[in-house]
Design a protein around this ligand. Structure first.
Ligand SMILES: Cc1cc2nc3c(=O)[nH]c(=O)nc-3n(C[C@H](O)[C@H](O)[C@H](O)COP(=O)(O)OP(=O)(O)OC[C@H]3O[C@@H](n4cnc5c(N)ncnc54)[C@H](O)[C@@H]3O)c2cc1C
Length: 418
C-alpha cells in the first residue's frame, strides 16, 4: 500500500487498552488517519491498568500444560491456592474447558510455547521503538523478575525450566542464600528460585499507558469516548460502528477490546471461544522499599510488584465471566498471602478486579477477520498482554500495509477455531 493511499485511509480502533494504544501509535507512524474509541478514558480501569506490570519476554510456557491440568482439582480445593470458580458460571464455561483440555497435551503445550516465544522475543525491542519518543524516567525498571518456591513445587518448575532452556531463554537458577541476597526482606520460606534477568517491570502501568496515549494525540490521533454497541457494514463493505452516541464509518476497523471483544466478534459472525480469567490486586501503600523487583511465590501462585502505589499484590485465576461481582474471599486470600511473606504489612488499599482475555489454546488472535476483509482482530493475550502490546501493534500495522514478514502469523489466525 502506497504512502499516498495510507494517508487517505481511516482506521477505527475499538479499545484503548495497551493493545489499542500501541496499534494506534504504530499505524499513525505509517501515515493512517487513526481514531481510538473507548467507553472509558484510557487506563481508567482496564486490565492494562491493574496488571502486575511485568514485561516478561521469557514467559512462553502458558497454562495449557498436562501437569497443570492434573493439578486443577487440588488447586480448586486449596483455600490458599491461585485457582477459583464462580459456580454459577460453570455451565457457560464448559465448552471453553473442553477445548482447554484438548489443548493441554504436551504437543499442544509446545505449539503454544513456540508461537508465544516468537512474539515474546520481539516484545521489548518493539516497546523500545515507542519508548524512545516519551520520557519514562522512573517508570520502567530493568532488574529482572524473581520466582521462588518450596520443595513441594519442584515438579512443574523443572518442566518450565527445561522448556525455556530449549527455547534459549536466559534464566539463572538461585539457591536460598542468593534469593536472600537479592531480596533480603522476604521471609525465608523458600528452597529455590529462578531469576529472569531480561525481564523489566512497570512502576505504574497506567502512567505508561497515558504517556503512549498522549503521544498518539500529539501525532494527530483522535479519541472518541463512546461505547461501541453494534458493528455493521456499509454498501461498499466498510465497517460502520454504532455507539451509544453516534455512528462512524472507517475504511478499516481493529477490534482490541481485550476480554470484551467477543461481544463484537459475535456480531461479525465469527465463532471465537474467547473467555476471561479474572484476576485481582490490592496495594500496600508505602511498602515498596521492601522489594527491588517483582517476585512470584509459586506455591501460592501470586506475585508482588514494587510500584509507585506501594506493593501491588496480584494474583488469582478465577473463572467467572465478565458480570459476576468481585469475590471478597479472593481479595482476602491475596492479603493473607502477602502478609505471610511480609509479616510487617498492615492495611491494604484499592481492591481491584480485572479481566484477562484468554483463548483455550492460550494463543492470542492477531489478524484479519474471516468474514470481512476490512476488520482486523487483536485480543486474547491472556497473562501476557502488557508485555505484548507493542509487538502486537507492530504486527497489526504490518498486516494493514501488506508488508512482508519473516514471522509465521498462522498460529494467531482465528481460522484455527473453524
Ligand atoms: C491481575 C492481572 C495481572 C496481570 N499481569 C500482567 C503482567 O504482569 N504482565 C503482562 O504482560 N500481562 C499481565 N496481565 C494481562 C494484561 O493485563 C492483559 O492481557 C492486557 O492488559 C490486555 O490488554 P487489552 O488492550 O487487550 O485489553 P484491556 O486492557 O482490557 O482494554 C480493553 C479496552 O476496551 C474497552 N472496551 C471494551 N468493550 C468496549 C466497547 N464495547 N466499546 C468501547 N470500548 C470498549 C475497555 O474499556 C478497555 O479500555 C495481567 C492481567 C490481570 C487481570
Amino acid at each position: 500500500m502506497s504512502e499516498e493511499v495510507r494517508k487517505k485511509s481511516s482506521v477505527g480502533i475499538i479499545g484503548a487498552g495497551i493493545q489499542g494504544v500501541c496499534i494506534a501509535l504504530y499505524l499513525i507512524k505509517k501515515g493512517f488517519k487513526v481514531s481510538l474509541i473507548d467507553r472509558d478514558d484510557p487506563g481508567e480501569n482496564s486490565a492494562s491498568y491493574g496488571n502486575a506490570g511485568h514485561f516478561s519476554p521469557y514467559a512462553s510456557l502458558s497454562m495449557n500444560r498436562p501437569d497443570i491440568l492434573i493439578d486443577v482439582p487440588s488447586m480448586l480445593l486449596s483455600s490458599t491456592g491461585p485457582l477459583a470458580l464462580k459456580w454459577n458460571y460453570v455451565p457457560k464455561m464448559i465448552p471453553w474447558f473442553l477445548k482447554f483440555i484438548k489443548n493441554s497435551t504436551k504437543k499442544k503445550m509446545m505449539h503454544t510455547a513456540k508461537y508465544m516465544h516468537q512474539i515474546l522475543d520481539l516484545a521489548l525491542p518493539a516497546y523500545d521503538e515507542l519508548f524512545q519518543e516519551i520520557d519514562l524516567s522512573g517508570l520502567v525498571e530493568s532488574r529482572g523478575i524473581l520466582y521462588f518456591w518450596t520443595n513441594r513445587d519442584l515438579k512443574s518448575r523443572e518442566l518450565e525450566i527445561n522448556v525455556r532452556e530449549k527455547l534459549g531463554v536466559e534464566q539463572k537458577l538461585l539457591k536460598p542464600n542468593e534469593i536472600h541476597d537479592l531480596e533480603p526482606h522476604i521471609k525465608q520460606i523458600y528452597h529455590g528460585g529462578v531469576l529472569y534477568p531480561s525481564a523489566r517491570h512497570a512502576r505504574n502501568p497506567r502512567k505508561i499507558l497515558l504517556k503512549l496515549f498522549e503521544l498518539f494525540l500529539k501525532k494527530g490521533g483522535r479519541f472518541i469516548k463512546e461505547n461501541v454497541e453494534i458493528i455493521n457494514f456499509s454498501s461498499d463493505n466498510k465497517p460502520s460502528i454504532k455507539t451509544n452516541v453516534d455512528s462512524h464509518i472507517f475504511d478499516k476497523a481493529v477490534i482490541a477490546c481485550g476480554a470484551f471483544s467477543k461481544k463484537l466478534t459475535d456480531q461479525v459472525d465469527e465463532k471465537i471461544p474467547l473467555d476471561t480469567e479474572r484476576g485481582y490486586h490490592v496495594h500496600f501503600k508505602g511498602y515498596d522499599h521492601l522489594l527491588s523487583r517483582p517476585v512470584i511465590f509459586l506455591n501460592r501462585g501470586f506475585g508482588i510488584t514494587p510500584m509507585e502505589q506501594g506493593l501491588r499484590v496480584v494474583g488469582t485465576v478465577e473463572f467467572g465471566g465478565l458480570n459476576n461481582p468481585a469475590s471478597k474471599k479472593r481479595i482476602l486470600n491475596l492479603i493473607n498471602n502477602a502478609k505471610y511473606l511480609f509479616p510487617e504489612l498492615k492495611d491494604h488499599h484499592d481492591e481491584w478486579l480485572g479481566f484477562r482475555p484468554t483463548l483455550p489454546d492460550f494463543l492470542p488472535v492477531i489478524g484479519p477477520s474471516k468474514n470481512n476483509k476490512n476488520i482486523v482482530y487483536a485480543f486474547g493475550h491472556q497473562h501476557l498482554g502488557w508485555t505484548l502490546g507493542a509487538i502486537t501493534g507492530k504486527i497489526i500495522s504490518g498486516i494493514l500495509t501488506n508488508e512482508k514478514t519473516n514471522l509465521d502469523l498462522s498460529a494467531y489466525s482465528l481460522t484455527r477455531f473453524s
